[in-house]
Design a protein around this ligand. Structure first.
Ligand SMILES: Nc1ncnc2c1ncn2[C@@H]1O[C@H](COP(=O)(O)OP(=O)(O)OP(=O)(O)O)[C@@H](O)[C@H]1O
Ligand SMILES: [Mg+2]
Length: 248
């Protein structure tokens, strides 16, 4: 890892305890407990409106919980700003986020690296590594706005990796990808896992992809946890089958 910053907590686990979020009195999330360890991929599933993005927004500081705690290792990071959390090792992609269209793929990643690190040389080296890891070398000088949807999503993942996270939260990074792009994404995810010791939360509606990629699966419905466990346990869980058709 290059240029590790003093504010980086290098935590072994991300823990969410009793997290609640109410919007105008209506609970979007209720008493959520979730733990992700370094090296582990937790699949976060649930129907539309279940509260998945709300949970990611809370964990990454883009929204504040009504109740509950977020811990990075033993440090309580509840209420920290997104920037402070990014420096501490938390990173995310956005469900509806876009890269800077008028910057190249490479510049998009480098700008994100510079956002948490002042040393331009370290940012450049970090960008080189990410371009290679994501196999974006052929497109590094292409304007992000002209890339295919699948490649643009990978640039988004590259931007998230540029902050040297310990924990990476991916909000539907494979949404809208065709079958070939989806396979490419799954293989890139495998490579990220093999080469970087990250704790990952992955949100997606593609059940086979989630079952294949996840070590554990956490299922939300209407803001509450309805099941959690291994992919095999979840696949046949009666409550999940009822709430989330197609899991059988
Ligand atoms: N800023 C907000 N103000 C009011 N209600 C909100 C806000 N953000 C989310 N909600 C509500 O919280 C609930 C959970 O929304 P959220 O976006 O977290 O769901 P999701 O599981 O990510 O759904 P999807 O699969 O469609 O992305 C929904 O009922 C939504 O309308
Ligand atoms: Mg969402």
């Amino acid at each position: 890892m290059i240029g590790t910053r003093s504010s980086h907590l290098d935590a072994d686990a991300l823990k969410v305890r009793g997290l609640c979020r109410a919007f105008e009195g209506i609970l979007a999330l209720s008493s959520i407990d979730l733990t992700v360890r370094r090296g582990e991929l937790v699949g976060l599933m649930g129907p539309n409106g279940a509260g998945k993005s709300t949970l990611v927004n809370l964990i990454t500081g883009f929204d504040a919980p009504t109740e509950g705690r977020i811990l990075l290792g033993s440090v309580d990071v509840t209420g920290w700003s997104p920037r402070r959390l990014a420096s501490a090792g938390m990173s995310r992609t956005f469900q509806h986020g876009h890269s800077f269209p008028m910057l190249s793929a490479r510049e998009n990643v480098e700008v994100a690296a510079l956002g948490v690190r002042i040393n331009p040389t370290a940012a450049r080296t970090q960008t080189d590594e990410i371009i290679e890891l994501l196999d974006l070398g052929d497109w590094e000088d292409t304007l992000a706005g002209t890339l295919s949807h699948g490649l643009e999503r990978l640039v988004g993942v590259g931007r998230a990796l540029a902050t040297q996270p310990s924990f990476l939260l991916l909000d539907e990074p494979a949404a809208g990808l065709n079958e070939v792009e989806g396979e490419l994404f799954a293989s890139v995810l495998e490579r990220i896992r093999a080469e970087r010791n990250l704790g990952i939360i992955l949100i997606d509606h593609n059940v086979p992809l989630m079952m294949r990629c996840s070590d554990r699966v956490h299922v939300l419905s209407q803001g509450t946890t309805i099941a959690e466990g291994t992919p095999d346990g979840i696949r046949t869980h009666p409550v999940v089958v009822e709430a989330y058709l197609g899991v059988t």
